[in-house]
Write a protein that binds this ligand. Sequence first.
Ligand SMILES: *[C@@H]1O[C@H](CO)[C@@H](O)[C@H](O)[C@H]1NC(C)=O
Ligand SMILES: *[C@@H]1O[C@H](CO)[C@@H](O)[C@H](O)[C@H]1NC(C)=O
Ligand SMILES: *[C@@H]1O[C@H](CO)[C@@H](O)[C@H](O)[C@H]1NC(C)=O
Length: 539
Amino acid sequence: MKSYISTTGIKRVTVSNSIEGGGNKGAKVAEPSAAAARGRLSSRTLLPVVLVLGIVLPFLFVRIAFLVLESASSSSCSSPIECKGWRLFSRGYISQKPREELTRALMELKDGNIVEGGTEDALVTFNELVKEMTFKQQDIKDFAFKTKTMLLDMEQKVQSAKKRELIYWYLASRGVPKSLHCLCLKLAEEYAVNAMARSRFPPPEHVSLLSDTSFHHIVLLTDNVLAASVVISSTVEKAANPEKLVFHIVTDKKTYSSMHAWFAINSLKLAVVEVKGLHQYDWSQEVNVGVKQMLEIHHLICSHHYNNLKEENFEYWEEHQNFFEALSPSCVSLMNHLRIYIPELFPDLNKIVFLDDDVVVQHDISSLWRLDLNGKVVGAVVDSWCGDNCCPGRKYKDYLNFSHPTISSNLDQDRCAWLSGMNVFDLEAWRRTNITSSYHKWLKLSLNSGFTLWQPGVLPPSLLAFEGYVHPIDPLWQVAGLGYRSSSAQGQILEAAAVLHFTGPAKPWLETGSPEVRSLWSRHVNFSNSFIRKCEVLR
Ligand SMILES: *[C@@H]1O[C@H](CO)[C@@H](O)[C@H](O)[C@H]1NC(C)=O
Ligand SMILES: *[C@@H]1O[C@H](CO)[C@@H](O)[C@H](O)[C@H]1NC(C)=O
Ligand SMILES: *[C@@H]1O[C@H](CO)[C@@H](O)[C@H](O)[C@H]1NC(C)=O
């Protein structure tokens, strides 16, 4: 029979080699129809029989494999395959005896006997297993052992591949995409050669508006020209009174000329835009020292966690995705951490709306300036649109180390953390507090604790420093988490949200994000702009 089957040459039928394995081990295992057919084999009936066997036996084989797993896990299942798998088939498909035999074989087979990563002669494919069972006439114990080893080995491989894939996905966010780099270079070039790109703005008659507190001031700290352009064009497009808006973009020295060139060439008709480089600030020595120290400690925190991440076997990667914050480029970015100096950056302003560069504005936001913060310093989304016991972002315990007494004695771990990215700040109230110095105090505590107080990122020390100064605003002001793989926010919520925030590694200007979510952002990119076209910014 074997020769007929092998001459079929169909890959799948190789599984039916197990006719021999199953047949040898005992006819009980075989299906009644197969047993009956065995007697009357003739050249005419052989083909249909082979076909029937080809169909039935793979199922039988898989059934045995699952049975093996079921027995292995007898009371508890330690992995999803073991739990779900075997219910595909009903019980009693094969007779009682081999099952008992298998169960016994597996009871005797302790997990410890199975070497991690498979045994020396570990089999890699089912075909090999089947061949081995066929040719070597092994007993049921051996079969159980080999099958379990193989499945455990495969599962390990799948788990490890999943982890790797996740890490690569996070790592992908570290690279600046070619198109953004190109945009920056082309604009810097334009700044050098084109007087218009260097022209001063806002025009002289609008300069006084930059510190006019009756206007609506929006602050952006960013080194990403494309992102800034999306934030501003989406805000202006949805604004009921765009002529009341004044945008303040603060950027670093290397991005300044590109940022300036972009907004000089693509000037807005209605709103006022100011672009300032950090090098243009004339700060006191005290502020300079503070900024430098802050950045140094954040650098240390990020590299400490980054090194840990490399050594870590990613054992708890699922529960602690925040670990990966250390991989994020924003972890060490000055523009990201500078927000704690907003009162110093804008000494003439009192109420501002702060927007991160990875947001897109979908509705008119002018009512934010009328919001009463009840004497608090920051208005932020704290409560949830997603129901009770569900935080719109994460909980305190996801950011801070509550095993540390300094943290656990100050805060409640199950509280929802407020969302950054779209906040109203009352700068006058802020100046009356010690928030910035408290932030520095926490940074030093973190340094002295060997960086065990919190996960890397911009929010943890802010959660501590702003404690007691947060005024919760309507959850629909901001929906965050659009840069993670699974965002719980769906259709209606996404539409209703005033601001969408792409927190997470899949920034909308990268290719790693889901296209549908990214389109909410990219529809504000002007694809007919010649720089955007030249640099092939992805749609
Ligand atoms: C700020 O700190 C100073 C000195 O440390 C202290 O005297 C003052 O009461 C603090 N103010 C607030 C609002 O906590
Ligand atoms: C949390 O704090 C405890 C107590 O100081 C420390 O042993 C532990 O390593 C910290 N955990 C992390 C992840 O830093
Ligand atoms: C898009 O860019 C083109 C060319 O620079 C410009 O003429 C047009 O006004 C821009 N559209 C918008 C909506 O800004």
